[in-house]
Design a protein. Structure first.
Length: 180
């Protein structure tokens, strides 16, 4: 089983694999093209990111700068807005629902490095998917940790660190995030 197959299956894999590095290189090129595009040329999702992402609905907008690891694991619904400085480390699928707004500096993380320092040094990690429901608002600087599911119409307060699932229509704040 290849490292990419292990990553896709949610098993431990090494991120130092040459094939994974080629995919990350492709993502870096697409992200660079997006981030360097003139503001007036981006009326919706840039062509570079549209081609990279697994799926996207209409009327999505991603402010620059933006960063992602692979891109091919990102699924955007319709009318998704992602503000400047967002990072999505998509070593597992990331689903973002319709009409979701993501504030500046938000991080959505899928990879979890190994706790054993020797394995960590060898690039061993595991990836867990992240799901963000419809009509969610994620405030500036929030961090969404691997494996989290955020229910529809939830609000994530600015600076919150979300380590557990968030129920629909719930507001969470703080570190770690708790219901407000």
């Amino acid at each position: 089983m290849s490292e990419a197959d292990k990553m896709a299956a949610g098993e431990w894999y090494t991120c130092l694999d040459p094939a994974l590095e080629m995919w990350r290189s492709t993502a870096r090129a697409a992200v660079h093209a997006h981030n360097q595009a003139a503001p007036d040329t981006r009326t919706s999702l840039s062509a570079a990111l549209a081609d990279l992402f697994a799926a996207h609905g209409g009327d999505c907008y991603i402010e620059s700068p933006f960063h992602c690891s692979y891109g091919f694991n990102i699924h955007l619904g319709s009318t998704v807005y992602i503000n400047a400085g967002c990072t999505i480390l998509d070593s597992a699928p990331v689903h973002i629902g319709d009409h979701t707004m993501i504030g500046p500096g938000v991080q959505i993380l899928c990879a979890q490095h190994h706790k054993d320092p020797d394995k960590r040094r060898a690039g061993i990690e595991i990836a867990h998917p992240v799901t963000v429901g419809k009509d969610v608002w994620i405030g500036a600087g929030a961090i969404i940790m691997p494996g989290v599911i955020i229910g529809a119409a939830a609000i994530i307060g600015a600076g919150a660190v979300v380590t557990q699932d968030v129920a629909p229509a719930t507001t969470v704040i703080g570190v770690p995030a708790r219901p407000a």
